[in-house]
Design a binder for this molecule. Structure first.
Ligand SMILES: *Cc1c(COP(=O)(O)O)cnc(C)c1O
Ligand SMILES: [Zn+2]
Length: 444
C-alpha cells in the first residue's frame, strides 16, 4: 500500500497542493494549509497492527524509525525517502510521574511530559526534523532552495539551526533583540546560522520573514508551514502510547503561536479516526496574561478575535500577540471541549520553582501550564482523581537567567515564595555546622 499526504486549505475550499510545492496559504481564499493524509490507505492496517508496529520501532535503531517522530513515518510524512530524513532521534521523551508535586496539590495521577529533554532542549525538534527532511528531499529533487528561514521566540531558531546544520542547508533566523534567553541566542550562532537580531518583537520579525519568503529560494520554516505540525502532533500520540494506548483525562500545553495546541489535537484526532483510541482527552491551552489573545477570544466563546500587543513576559517563547494558527486552535479546542486559562508572572514563576522543589527543572512556559493546572484544580474543573499530563515544552537549562533572578529575589514585582538562595559563609567549620543544623526539609 502506498501512503500519501498533501496540503489542503483549512477553510474547506477544497484546494490541494503537493507537500513539495512552495506555498504557505491557499491561493484561492488565503486560508492556512494543513497536511492531510489518505486515511483510507492507512486503514489497511488494523488499530492493533499500528500499535504493534509503533511499539516495536520504539525499541529499534533501524533508520529512521527509532526516532519518536519517524517511528510513525506513515502518519507523519510517508513520501520522504529515508536517506533524506534528517533526524537526531527526537521524541521518546520521558513521561515523568510527578509523584511529590501531585501529592502536594492533591492530584496523585499527575504526569509531566519532558519534551525539553531533546537535542536542542525544546519540543520544537519534533517538527523541525520533518520540515528539514522535506527540504532536503526537495533539494535532492532539484528545487533551487538556497536557505531556510524563520522568525523565532528562541526555540524554533535553535531547532532550525541545528537540523539545517546537520543537513548542510544554510539557515537564517530573525530574533527579537533582548527577548530570547542567552542560551537560545547562542544556539543558532554556534550552529552557523545567519542570526539577525531585530529591534522589534516576534510579531515584527514574523512580518519581515514572510516577505523574505516571497522569494521561493528562501523556504519559510515558521509554523505557518504545517509540515512542522506533522512532527509536533506525535507528542500526543506518544503520550497515549506511553500509557499503554490509554488517553489521559487532560493534557495541558503552554500556547503562543497556537501551532502546538493545534498539532496536539491533530495527532489525537488521527488516532481516533484510525481506531487506536475511543475517547479524547480534554485539552487546555495555557497563556500568560501578558500575551493572551486566545484567552480573550475564549471568553467570548471564540466569537471575536483581536490580536494584542504582547507585553514582556518571563515566558518569552509564548510572547506572541497575533498567533498564526488561531483558526486551527479554535477548531481543536471545540473538538476537545477545551479550556483556555491564563496565569500572571508571579504565578508562572512560583509554579516553576515549586515544581523544581519536587525534582523537576521547569522552564517558564512549563510554569505557565502548571500555574493553569493549579487554577483549574482549585476551581474544581480538574478533579482530584483524574489523570493529567502537563507538557513541559523546553528544558529549564535554557532559562538560567530566569532561575537565577528568581532565587536571588530579583524578579520585579514577584515575591518568589520558593526562593532558595545560597548561604555565603566564611570557610569556617562552625559556621557551616550552624547552617546545617538549621537544615529545613525541602518539603515547603
Ligand atoms: C514554541 C513554544 C511554545 C508554544 O507553542 P506554539 O505553537 O507557539 O503555541 C511553548 N513553549 C515553548 C518552550 C516553545 O518553544
Ligand atoms: Zn482555500
Amino acid at each position: 500500500m502506498t501512503y500519501t499526504s498533501w496540503y489542503e486549505c483549512v477553510r474547506g475550499c477544497g484546494r490541494r497542493y503537493s507537500i513539495y510545492e512552495i506555498v504557505y496559504r491557499c491561493e484561492d481564499c488565503g486560508g492556512l494549509l494543513d497536511v492531510e493524509h489518505d486515511l483510507d490507505a492507512l486503514r489497511d492496517r488494523s488499530p492493533g497492527e499500528w500499535k504493534a508496529l509503533f511499539d516495536r520501532r520504539t525499541h529499534t535503531h533501524e533508520w529512521p524509525y527509532g526516532s519518536g517522530v519517524w517511528g510513525k513515518k506513515e502518519w507523519v510524512c510517508p513520501q520522504v525517502a529515508p536517506e533524506n530524513v534528517v533526524s537526531m532521534y527526537e521524541g521518546h521523551s520521558n513521561l515523568f510521574w510527578a509523584e511529590r508535586l501531585g501529592a502536594e496539590i492533591g492530584l496523585p495521577d499527575l504526569w509531566i511530559k519532558l519534551c525539553g529533554n531533546s537535542h536542542t532542549g525544546s519540543f520544537k525538534d519534533l517538527g523541525m526534523t520533518v520540515l528539514i527532511s522535506v527540504v532536503k528531499q526537495m533539494i535532492a529533487d532539484g528545487q533551487p532552495i538556497r536557505a531556510v528561514a524563520a522568525a523565532s521566540t528562541g526555540d524554533t531558531s535553535a531547532a532550525l539551526a541545528a537540523y539545517a546544520a546537520a543537513a548542510g542547508i544554510p539557515a537564517v533566523v530573525l530574533l527579537p533583540r533582548g527577548k530570547v534567553s542567552l542560551e537560545q541566542l547562542i544556539q543558532p550562532i554556534a550552529n552557523g546560522a545567519t542570526v539577525l537580531s531585530l529591534d522589534t518583537d516576534f510579531d515584527g520579525c514574523m512580518a519581515i520573514v514572510q516577505r523574505l519568503a516571497e522569494n521561493p529560494e528562501i523556504y519559510l520554516a515558521n509554523s505557518m508551514n504545517s509540515l512542522r505540525m506533522e512532527g509536533q502532533k506525535t507528542v500526543g500520540i506518544e503520550i497515549v502510547e506511553q500509557f499503554g494506548w490509554e488517553p489521559p483525562d487532560w493534557i495541558i500545553i503552554p500556547s503562543g503561536n497556537l501551532g502546538n495546541i493545534s498539532a496536539l489535537g491533530k495527532g489525537l484526532l488521527m488516532m481516533k479516526a484510525l481506531g487506536l483510541i475511543e475517547r479524547l482527552p480534554r485539552l487546555v491551552a495555557a497563556q500568560t496574561e501578558h500575551a493572551n489573545p486566545l484567552y480573550r477570544s475564549y471568553l467570548t466563546g471564540f466569537k471575536t478575535f483581536e490580536p494584542v500587543r504582547a507585553k514582556k513576559t518571563l515566558a518569552s517563547a509564548i510572547q506572541i500577540g497575533n498567533p498564526v494558527s488561531y483558526e486551527r486552535a479554535v477548531k481543536v479546542l471545540r473538538a476537545f471541549n477545551g479550556i483556555v486559562e491564563q496565569v500572571g508572572e508571579a504565578e508562572l514563576a512560583d509554579a516553576s520553582a515549586r515544581a523544581d522543589r519536587t525534582g523537576l527543572y521547569a522552564c517558564p512556559h512549563t510554569g505557565v501550564a502548571l500555574g493553569a493546572l493549579f487554577k483549574l484544580l482549585a476551581r474544581g474543573e480538574v478533579k482530584p482523581h483524574e489523570r493529567v499530563v502537563v507538557i513541559s515544552t523546553a528544558h529549564g537549562l535554557k532559562f538560567s537567567r530566569f532561575k537565577v533572578d528568581y532565587h536571588r529575589g530579583e524578579l520585579e514585582g514577584i515575591a518568589a515564595r520558593y526562593a532558595n538562595p545560597p548561604l555565603e559563609l566564611p570557610a569556617d567549620y562552625d559556621a557551616v555546622l550552624a547552617a546545617v543544623a538549621k537544615l529545613s526539609s525541602p518539603a515547603v
